[in-house]
Design a protein around this ligand. Sequence first.
Ligand code: GLU
Length: 434
Amino acid sequence: MAIQDTARMVSERIETTEINPYEMMLQQLDLVREYTDISDGIWQILRTPERTLEVSVPIVRDDGSIEVFTGYRVQHSSARGPCKGGIRFHPGVTADEVKALAGWMTWKCAVVNIPYGGGKGGISCEPSRFTISELERLTRRYTAMIYPLIGARRDIPAPDVNTNAQIMNWIVDTAQLLSGESTPGIVTGKSIEMGGALGRHEATGRGVMFTTLSVLQRLGMDAEGASVAVQGFGNVGSIAARLLREAGAKIVAISDVSGAFHCPTGFNIDQVLEYVKVSPGHLLAGLPHGGMEEISSDALLTLDVDVLIPAALEAQITARNADAIRARVIVEGANGPTTPEADLILGEKGTVIVPDILANAGGVICSYFEWVQNIQCFPWEEEETNQRLGKIMQRALREVWRLAEERQISLRLAAFILGVERVATAVQLRGVFP
Ligand code: GLU
């Protein structure tokens, strides 16, 4: 059976029921198989996370009642270095979602060639329901529960959806209280005053901007005036939008959980950022901006734009809406926003997709810089971080682009081949203990 038929068959099964991100990740991985000569045994190792920890996280609410949440930490691979990956607080967090995200971290760190494996964590909860002190107790209790697994040389958490520098500060402080040692390198994405790296906050969005500009250039498209739609206005989407606008692009659509908005003449992103700083829940709803209309979130994805940046959650571009997508280029700011089925439909239409494991790697690359600075106790200037970030992203993009051209395959497949082969080589060289 042709590889496309297998993919279609499997994804039809997935998409007619609910999309399971872990099955999605495995399906992407399995598509790589026939392009490599990785043995069956190594393949089995790559398909299975090394460790999955499920924890119960009880907290005392401000009213004195107790509520229990479920949390996870998954270590997908430590073959190329300590496990690395963020922590997500979201109602959609499940064991399978965290396993998928941990796997994507493994391929991401390998494709940009930084010395890490992949991990991920999360708590299934709606963080907007918590007061700041409840959020602190939740974070500290979760840290205590995953403490046996994490460490600067074992597994290093970082921010992800709905987590930020303050949450990372509580994690490092809790770890320090438990161990009695100062180990800032146990977590990245901290505040600068706590050993965070200058530039880390913007790094994922900056990486998305680098890749977008570089891909537009390779395709012979002008960044000046290029129309861009951004789904998700969190850390990744908002910063990518700001930097792309500074680079001359026109941000014609933005969205978050409170709604999607279209402004054909282009948003003044600085003005939008000022608004969300003070708006209820830091959301876009109620945004006062001339020439703008509210649209549905599906309408945002299918706008006639040069670049679409999905920067929200998994499985947003699916078999259901892929046909209607008109963007020439998709740059995946989120992890896993496109299902394998949608990938095929878009590939047939000639849409260029810059895959998540390449496009959004800026965050983890800068986390790597933060970790190096923590270990060496030697902070860098922001300029150095941004320069090195650009270098690593350009190198990875060049390698992926070249492989895609040589083999006449998609950028996603090329990125997966590069990443997976690097991990497979490390697994092979280590051998199987005992
Ligand atoms: N959560 C981010 C990601 O998905 C950053 C991970 C990190 O810095 O370790 O890539």
